[in-house]
Design a protein around this ligand. Sequence first.
Ligand code: ADP
Ligand code: MN
Ligand code: MN
Ligand code: MN
Ligand code: MN
Length: 366
Amino acid sequence: MALVTGSPSLLNKQTLMKYLSLPQPDNVVQCMYIWIDGTGESIRAKTRTVNFVPKHPDELPIWNYDGSSTYQAEGSNSDIYLHPVALYKDPFRGGNNKLVLCETYKYNHKPTESNKRRSCVEAMEKAADEYPWFGIEQEYTLLDQDKHPFGWPKNGFPGPQGPYYCGVGSNKVYGRDVVEAHYRACMYAGINIGGSNAEVMPAQWEYQVGPCEGVTIGDDLWMSRFILHRVAEDFGVVVSFDPKPIPGDWNGAGAHTNFSTKAMRNEDGLAAIEQAIEKLAKKHEFHIRAYDPNEGKDNARRLTGLHETSSIHDFSAGVANRGASIRIPRQVAEERKGYLEDRRPSSNCDPYSVAEVIVRTVCLDE
Ligand code: ADP
Ligand code: MN
Ligand code: MN
Ligand code: MN
Ligand code: MN
C-alpha cells in the first residue's frame, strides 16, 4: 500500500526529536490534562504549562474546556471543569512533564454524566476496611488507518484462530512494536502494568493492570488506554476497544476483572469468594448494564456463549471455566484463597463503573 502523503501520524519522527531534545528549564513543566468525553469511552487531552514541578494533583489548577465539542454540553453554556485527580510521568515528553488524569464537572459543579469516578470513590471509601483489590485484563485490537485489522490481508482473512494466542513470529502476531512500546511507557509513567500477551484473534492483544486497591484501578487503566492510543498514533496504527471488532468466528475483546477482598485473600478465603458469587448471581442484569458504556448493547455482540464467553442472558460460575460469567482460577480453588475473575466486562467498559458495582454488590450489600 502506498503511503498517503501528509498522513498526519507519519510525520518525520527524526525531525521531531531535534526539537524534543532541546533543553527545558526544570521549573517549566508541561501538564497534559486528560479526561473522558461524553461517549464514556473516548479520551481527550490538552496541555498547559505550570511553573513548578507538581508532586500531587491537588497542587494543579482546576481548568476547563469546551464541552459542546465533546458531547458534554450545549454551545451556549459549554464550559466543563477539569479537576486533576491523578499524576503520572509523561513518557512522551519526558523530564518533569506530567500526564494529569482529570474528573469532569458541569457548570453547576455536579459531575458530568460520563464522570463515573466520583461515585466510584464514594463506594471505595465505604468499603475501605475490606481492602478491595482489582486486576483488569485489557484486550484490544490494532487496526490500520482504513479500520481493517492491522496485518490482515486486505482482501480476505488470515487463517482461522489457533496459532496466534501467545504466538511468536511475523506470521503469527501483528504489531508487537506497539505492545512493547506501550508496556515500557506505562512502567515509566508509574502505572501498575502486570503483563501482556498476544490474543486468540490475530492483531488482538492483552495487557493486565493491577492488582490495584480501590479507585486506582480505574485511574491506572484509563491512563494506560490513553498511552496506548498515543503510542499507536506514533506508529500510524489505530487502537480499537470494540468488544467484537470482527463479526463471525473471531474472538471478541473483554476486560476480565479480577477481584478480591482481604477476607478472600486470607486462609480459607474460598468461602468469602463463594459468598460473593452468590451475591453477584442475584444482580446479573444490573452488572451487565454497568459493564459497557451502552448499558449492555455493546457486550451483547460479544457475550454470545461462544468464543470463551458466557451468554449475556445467564449467570454462571465455575472453577477454571472460561465459558462462565465468573471463573475461580484453578490455583485459587487449590489454595482455597485468592480472588475471582468476572469475565463479563467489555473491553470498552468504564473500569470505575465495573469496580463500583462489584464493591456495591459484594461489600456493601446494595
Ligand atoms: P488469565 O488467566 O485470566 O488470563 P491474567 O494473568 O491475564 O489471567 O490476569 C490475572 C489478573 O489478576 C492480573 O491483572 C492480576 O493483577 C490480577 N490479580 C492477581 N491476584 C489478584 C487478587 N488477589 N485480587 C485481584 N486481582 C488479582
Ligand atoms: Mn480556542
Ligand atoms: Mn489474561
Ligand atoms: Mn485474554
Ligand atoms: Mn482472564
